[in-house]
Design a protein around this ligand. Structure first.
Ligand SMILES: C[S@@+](CC[C@H](N)C(=O)[O-])C[C@H]1O[C@@H](n2cnc3c(N)ncnc32)[C@H](O)[C@@H]1O
Length: 228
């Protein structure tokens, strides 16, 4: 009897529910909230992202040389900030972006950023920090050749500020071989349950990867993890 009722309800739901990103968001958000509750009290929380970067640089990286790969650069605020607080001359900062803005629309429950948001008309930011370089193009086109010549054993930080599920999922899956235990991954829009959070969750289950959260912004909008 119960089975028949369930089957009937499922049948009705399939008829009346639209194919909607809002519904998908509502279905995914509780997973993020449950994840967030589990993390409370386990790591330091910061009021804004630069305080979180300061903590990571001071307490985790120290003065050791590192490779910092940033996916999603826009005007270069975060990559330049990291360059400014990190003093090791042997470190390398590489920023990946089309500089033509988001390749597709980004949608949350009530907000949409249309494709091309964050465009700088194809121009990478200017910098006089010789350790910073930029790789222009879609990650899906530029990352494979970058990885072919990548052989560093330095501490790796991956900063994912691409906003999108597709980009985050692609970068993590493609870079899985260089994401060794100890690699730090920073997410800038982790609260965005359908995008960066879902991509990281899917990546960890598909590649059987574990991690610990090492720092976050209040509300877990920005999150830093250490891969195990
Ligand atoms: C929120 S902005 C980055 C902001 C920057 N990190 C800062 O702190 O100001 C997101 C960037 O990701 C880039 N992006 C998203 N998906 C991409 C993809 N698949 N390939 C290349 N760039 C991408 C967009 O062009 C955009 O500039």
């Amino acid at each position: 009897m119960l089975g028949a009722i369930r089957k009937f309800c499922r049948h009705i739901a399939l008829i009346i529910l639209p194919d909607s990103d809002r519904l998908r968001f509502l279905a995914y958000k509780p997973k993020f909230e449950a994840w967030r509750k589990k993390q409370v009290g386990k790591h330091p929380i910061f009021a804004d992202r630069t305080e979180m970067y300061d903590f990571i640089n001071r307490e985790i990286i120290g003065n050791q040389p590192m490779v910092y790969l940033e996916f999603g650069v826009f005007k270069g605020d975060s990559i330049k900030y990291f360059g400014g607080i990190h003093g090791n001359e042997e470190s390398q900062f590489v920023g990946f972006d089309t500089f033509e803005g988001l390749p597709e629309d980004w949608q949350d429950f009530s907000r949409t950023l249309s494709s091309r948001t964050f465009s700088t008309d194809g121009k990478p930011p200017l910098t006089d920090d010789r350790r910073i370089s930029f790789v222009k193009g879609l990650f899906q086109q530029t990352l494979p050749s970058f990885l072919e010549q990548y052989s560093s054993s330095k501490q790796l930080i991956i900063h994912n500020d691409s906003d999108l599920y597709s980009a985050t999922m692609y970068v993590l899956s493609r870079a899985n071989d260089i994401i060794v235990p100890g690699t730090i991954i920073i997410f800038d829009e982790f609260y965005s349950a359908m995008h960066e959070f879902r991509a990281f969750d899917d990546y960890c289950s598909s590649y059987m990867r574990n991690y610990e959260v090492i720092a976050a912004q209040e509300g877990h909008g920005k999150v830093a993890v250490r891969m195990l």
